[in-house]
Design a protein around this ligand. Sequence first.
Ligand code: NAD
Ligand code: ZN
Length: 371
Amino acid sequence: MEENAPAAPPTEQLSEEVAKLLAGHITIQGAEFAYPVVIQPGALTNVLPDFVRARGFKRCAVISNTTVGPLYGESLVAQLPGAFLITVPDGEQHKTLDTVRTIYDQMFAAGADRATLVIGLGGGVIGDMAGFVAATFMRGVAYIQAPTSLLAMVDASLGGKVGVDMPQGKNLVGAFKDPLAVIEDTATLKTLPEVEFQCGMAEAIKHGFLADATLLDHLRKHGPEPIDDVLRQAVLVKKHVVEQDRLESGMRAYLNLGHTFGHAIEQASGYSYKHGQGVAIGMAAAVHLAARRGLCDPGLVEDVEVTLIEAGLPVRYADLNPGDLWEAMGTDKKWRDGQARFVLIKAVGEPVIVSDVTRDEVIAVLEEVRE
Ligand SMILES: NC(=O)c1ccc[n+]([C@@H]2O[C@H](COP(=O)([O-])OP(=O)(O)OC[C@H]3O[C@@H](n4cnc5c(N)ncnc54)[C@H](O)[C@@H]3O)[C@@H](O)[C@H]2O)c1
Ligand SMILES: [Zn+2]
């Protein structure tokens, strides 16, 4: 095969029928990339197979895990041309180069080549890892994200960041790989464990405080129902950010609201706090810090905490020591030149980055959000 043969035919070849299926979708568009994000119950059946056929793929590797594969993988494979299922163990601890290697092996064994389409079917762990495989297998093949967790639908599947964890830290090896499409079948959320749904809501709420007061209003009045509408609003926030700053040189950093504190809580607890729970407590901490510095109205603290609590999320941590959390923050890759950088909010839609925060201030805030 020619070294630089395109991995997929261009979008103009989409049939009218598929164009109709995609009607109303969101497009994520930058200078060098554009892909649809379809948010629809039943999209794995109603949209994905036709989309794949219209793009002319004849071979598809569906990468999933031992939880999601049996639920949705087998029926998806049955609807796709030349498809085979690769199932890896479930869990963040398997988001490694070792697992990636077993995926390459299975791709070769199944006769995959540069024209093979990779589909990541699962939560953010699968999306990141399948995307990394797509970015590297034979120097890169086409990729579709089919996220099935709320967190992956709101956040992980959008923006092109893919990768794996290393013993030295999370997400330390990876690539930017834009998908051909992100197909979010919201019917799959029915089987998602409640705590995972809550974790996804933490990121959706984060998007609300960063940029969308109407999303917060909706959550106050109706909770996360209908989820398709909530998701659409939250996805639009991430769309605007990644379109303007794909490589995280500037405003994409705002998406780290709550994450500096959150990662420390996750890490220091030995990951007994899930990511979304860490982010929720981290957002509470961030707004406490903003209030302490006089950057925001004290009412915002309550606003953030009530919104999180109503979504079933924690805003206080237990059984961890503030000093240990401070230490854990030092290993976060979001610290530049040893400077602590925190994303804070002054008001809904007004994030700000501060980098002159002292240890004493951080400890004081960590005392405030301790149970
Ligand atoms: N690339 C990015 O920009 C980005 C952004 C945020 C997070 N992430 C990554 O995403 C990962 C976290 O994603 P996550 O929260 O989805 O975790 P996850 O992938 O581990 O999924 C959580 C659990 O839910 C299960 N699950 C998923 N969908 C299901 C369904 N429909 N029914 C039943 N069970 C289902 C999974 O098998 C898993 O057990 C982390 O590795 C994080 O680094 C990446
Ligand atoms: Zn996050």
